[in-house]
Design a binder for this molecule. Structure first.
Ligand code: M6R
Length: 366
């Protein structure tokens, strides 16, 4: 049942080229520059005039929501707020009939996310769901939704469900942009053509597994670890830190790289591994100066870089390459090496990777 892999988590990491393909099937038409999302099509008109989107979720799904915020604001130019469901439900938020709430949940059973949906619904908002488990409670509570089609996820640490959520949010961002006319057909042709090939690029990212294992060996005995990124690399950093915490029990924190000098920099010494999302995109130069700041304090730098990078290689202790891609697709690719890194560290530390202590696959109590 683990398909020859030692753990479900590893099997699910390796399934991502296929799960992302399944998630896009029948939804993207690269030659025409068109996105079709049957699940939300009856709201196509409404999407032209919404003032705001609120994304509610917990844990990894909340990280996917942060990626969604970048993409929806960038392409559809609709303001987005991303909220922890547990906070949102208890703070009397301002919600109107003009709001669209997107609830993201792998299991579709998370208690806080369900309560947030119920509250927003009572106040008249339109609720979309992004779920993996068909027929779960959340899809039944929402007005419309898009399934992630990642297939059953057994490992408690979410991997393929996360990249499928990000894929759906990418499709939603493009769909909304298409409805609102904030994107041209030629741009959509270009983006969808590239998105269509992301599964192959994920395959390439997975091929760094042996190198990632070597890096894991070097940092497995650390007690702390920082993950830093900018732009959409920031939620990737948060997700990398959460993965490491939950399965290896190493204390890890994700931060926007520029925030480092506002506090966490005090933690850096030769014992502190710092994982950077340092791919060649709009924040590349800025991230390089953040890497220099860490090196100046003798921190150990592990960098996720674009294939063929030379600049970061001069500074970082270890570099893990991912294929070049449009910035919109960076989270899908940069997440892969971080999943593998956490996995190998946890295995080396003798942890129960698929069922970490104190955690359950779905959190049905608040
Ligand atoms: O099923 P959900 O997506 O609603 O679950 C939300 C979180 O409990 C979940 O993402 C959790 O953070 C995972 N263990 C992360 O790997």
């Amino acid at each position: 049942e683990k398909g020859g892999f030692d753990h479900f988590m590893l099997k699910e990491i390796y399934e991502q080229p296929r799960s992302i393909k399944d998630c896009m099937r029948g939804r993207i038409y690269p030659e025409e520059g068109k996105v079709q999302l049957g699940g939300i099509k009856e709201f196509a008109e409404k999407l032209k005039n919404i003032d705001r989107i609120i994304i509610v979720a917990c844990g990894t799904s909340w990280h996917a929501g942060l990626v969604g915020e970048y993409l929806i604001e960038e392409y559809a130019r609709i303001p987005v707020e991303v909220e922890y469901a547990s906070e949102f439900r208890y703070r009397n938020p301002i919600i109107t009939e003009k709001d669209v709430v997107i609830a993201i949940s792998q299991s579709g059973e998370t208690a806080d996310t369900m309560a947030a949906i119920e509250m927003a619904k009572e106040r008249g908002a339109t609720i979309f769901g992004i779920c993996n488990v068909a027929g779960a409670s959340i899809p039944r509570l929402t007005h419309a939704g898009v399934y992630t089609h990642a297939g059953p996820e057994i490992g408690v640490a979410s991997t393929k469900a996360f990249t499928a959520q990000v894929t759906v949010l990418t499709l939603m961002a493009f769909y909304m942009a298409q409805q609102k006319g904030t994107i041209t057909t030629s741009k959509l042709i270009e983006l969808l053509t590239e998105l269509d090939h992301i599964p192959e690029k994920i395959q390439v990212a997975l091929a760094s597994n042996d190198l990632i294992k070597e890096v894991a060996e070097k940092i497995k005995d650390s007690t702390n670890c920082l993950f830093l990124g900018r732009g959409s690399g920031f939620p990737v950093a948060l997700e990398g830190a959460l993965k490491l915490k939950e399965i290896s029990y190493i204390h890890a924190e994700g931060y926007p790289a520029a925030e480092m000098k506002h506090g966490p920099i005090a933690l850096i010494d030769e014992e502190m591994p710092v994982v950077f999302i340092a791919t060649q995109n709009s924040s590349y130069e800025k991230v390089i100066s953040n890497i220099q700041e860490v090196k100046a304090r003798k921190g150990k730098v592990i960098a996720i870089v674009t294939q063929g990078d030379t600049e970061v290689k001069k500074m970082a202790d270890y570099c893990i390459e991912i294929p070049d891609a449009n910035e919109a697709f960076l989270p899908l690719l940069a997440t892969i090496p971080l999943q593998l890194l956490s996995y190998h560290i946890a295995v080396m530390r003798g942890c129960n990777v698929d069922q970490p202590r104190n955690l359950a696959k779905s959190v049905t109590v608040e």
